[in-house]
Design a protein around this ligand. Sequence first.
Ligand SMILES: C[S@@+](CC[C@H](N)C(=O)[O-])C[C@H]1O[C@@H](n2cnc3c(N)ncnc32)[C@H](O)[C@@H]1O
Length: 283
Amino acid sequence: MTVGTKADWDEPKQVTKFPRAIPDAELSFLQRVRPDIPLKDLREMLLKWWIETMKLGTQKYGCVRELYFLRTSVDCNPRYPEALARSHSGRWWIDIGTAFGQDARLPVLDGWPSNRMLASDLTPDLWEAGLSLYPNPHNIKYITANVLTSGPSAEHLEAFRGSAEVVSSNLVFHTLSKEGVDGMLSAILNLLVPGGLLLGSCAACIEARQWTEYDPGRWLHSQKSLRQAFETAGFDQVIIEPFDLPEGHNDHGKIGIRFSGLKPCSASAEHAASAEHAASAET
Ligand SMILES: C[S@@+](CC[C@H](N)C(=O)[O-])C[C@H]1O[C@@H](n2cnc3c(N)ncnc32)[C@H](O)[C@@H]1O
């Protein structure tokens, strides 16, 4: 499949087949969510669902139009076990830019309390389309919110300020401008409790640059520049590590980065009041 430019993907598409070979191994998360359905039927169900989903015009992201959301990302992060080990905190795990929600569903399957998992995205389209693929028996809470804006709306992430033990965000940073990534890091710091953990992944480049060949409005960080962005925002104990992007996405020096960092504990005074405010966000 040719990636093309973002403008090539702004309209709904009629499709009849998957855009690439999907090995059985990639259906393992779907199998875990739908254990009642045999693999062959699951594949057929996925194809029908995929054809309908592509008619919605939701394919402007590569991970969507090439079904990379079948693979979970969060468990590939070296700090995933550390994130799960915080499940007794009684605080929230917030997955930002959740799309179909696989990285919000996996921690719940792995033991994170479902009533403390929040999935959030800029638009509800993908979450809603995803419900017929990944049912939501655990009633994971979802809100539509732009992580880059703030305001008093009850539906807004602002209601969760200072209440997240863990924030995850996979494949979102590279959809933003450089300033957007800075804004998102600072918004995530506001959501985390002191000592709270951010973990996630993004597409990146050997040398930081605009993603000119696809969408010049997007910024590709390098390992070095993303570390700097984390440290400038105020994160501690930052871990940045590269991984190989799938074939067809690793041209022009592009790589993947898994990242994580902690909100410093010294911010505790500033956030004590907002943690109380978070009680009003409870379901
Ligand atoms: C490339 S998709 C990745 C989705 C999912 N995390 C995954 O790994 O499959 C990027 C997602 O980020 C969301 N997003 C982009 N900008 C955002 C913002 N400012 N606030 C919240 N979500 C945003 C998009 O709506 C989209 O669902």
